[in-house]
Design a protein around this ligand. Structure first.
Ligand SMILES: Nc1ncnc2c1ncn2[C@@H]1O[C@H](COP(=O)(O)OP(=O)(O)O)[C@@H](O)[C@H]1O
Ligand SMILES: [Mg+2]
Length: 341
């Protein structure tokens, strides 16, 4: 294993004595693309600011290239760049916005060439865009100009906070390809926070879940909130409407959050093999099938009442053509496979 770019140790952050982040350990490998997913307020933006060294942590430390690094340290200033959620464009042309960072760094290389390369990387035709003013851009174009203004710096690390939050599908796809391009052409390491799970799974090698400031796992996961209602036999359930219930093991408290691994849920086929005695079932409808580009695995979103569960589709289903959008299915899982937070 090469030296990780980041090594986070016992990192803690509080705002006004209110704890919002506690990451015991996290390593980010060079030239990897890592996603951060989690509900609003789970600490994604805070973690990115700490990794950008623009926020002083309450406790713990971050090693950059193996060296403990403090906020605002000059040694990392030109290596790490953060694209915030609502990036700010200066009231100037696109060219000046993108060249600005090069000027600040006293970079004397061919500026027009670099600016055009950066524009092309985010799918904007340099001939059309270099002389555009900041207020002659759509939301998606403005976001991509802001990204180009970071890419032109050829950063070692690019941190993106909700880069697709306010852009259309075409811009999302261009931001995806620019991110992959930055990694392959510049060797950039990327950490991307997003609530757009499908987009994130498509671009990242690894997706990390943040929940209430803690890392709660990696990969696709079902996160299901309480309240949980007692059932017979020591089990509990969530009511999903129309008489549909999701049965779970005993939660630590009635408002706890349940996590179910998509690989722990099976889609039952007609005449499927017998299931163990403790299996529980829930009826649903396939609403979407998604192929994860990085792993080649197929995932189904299954709507059960008010809840959508993501299920990893087993190989034998891949060979059959019976699974399609709109098909009613029975899901089966063991309540014991649920993890609680
Ligand atoms: N500057 C701040 N001052 C006080 N509280 C903050 C500040 N920024 C974020 N928070 C709080 O910290 C928690 C984590 O926020 P944030 O990191 O923005 O989460 P996310 O990006 O996942 O939505 C939230 O409860 C938020 O209200
Ligand atoms: Mg945020």
């Amino acid at each position: 294993m090469p030296q990780p770019v980041y090594r986070i140790e016992n990192l803690v952050h509080q705002y006004n004595s209110h704890p919002v982040l506690a990451v015991d350990r996290l390593e980010i490998q060079p030239a990897s693309i890592v996603g951060l997913v989690g509900p609003n307020g789970s600490g994604k933006s805070t973690l990115l600011k700490l990794m950008a060294f623009i926020l002083r942590p309450t406790g713990g430390r971050i090693l950059f290239d193996g060296v403990p690094t403090l906020p605002f340290d000059k040694s990392v200033r030109f290596q790490v760049t953060l694209l915030t959620q609502d990036p700010y464009l200066m009231k100037r042309t696109v060219f000046k916005n993108i060249a600005y960072g090069l000027n600040v760094r006293g970079n004397r290389e061919d500026r027009p060439g670099s600016v055009c390369d950066a524009l092309a990387m985010v799918g904007l035709d340099p001939h059309v865009f270099v002389q555009r003013q900041w207020d002659e851009l759509s939301g998606g174009e403005a976001q991509r100009v802001a990204l180009a203004a970071r890419l032109v710096l050829k950063p070692r690390v690019l941190l993106l906070d909700e880069p697709t939050a306010s852009v259309d599908a075409a811009s999302s796809e261009l931001i995806r390809s620019a991110s992959l391009h930055a990694r392959s052409e510049l060797g950039t390491t990327l950490v991307i926070a997003s609530h757009d799970r499908e987009w994130l799974y498509d671009v990242c090698d690894k997706v990390i879940h943040l929940f209430k400031g803690k890392l709660v796992g990696t990969g696709r996961s079902n996160m299901i909130f309480g309240p949980w209602i007692p059932e017979e036999g020591g089990l509990y359930a969530k009511l999903l409407g129309n008489g549909t219930r999701l049965v779970v093991s005993a939660p630590p408290n009635v408002d706890a959050t349940a996590f179910i691994d998509p690989a722990a849920i099976r889609i039952l086929d007609n005449g499927a093999a017998a299931t163990p005695a403790n299996t529980v079932f829930v009826e649903g409808t396939v609403t979407r099938l998604a192929l994860e580009r990085q792993s080649g695995k197929l995932f189904a979103d299954v709507r059960a009442g008010s809840l959508t569960l993501v299920v990893q589709v087993e190989e034998f289903h891949l060979a059959s053509t019976t699974l399609h959008q709109g098909r009613p299915v029975t899901l089966a899982y063991q309540p014991e496979s649920i993890r609680w937070q």
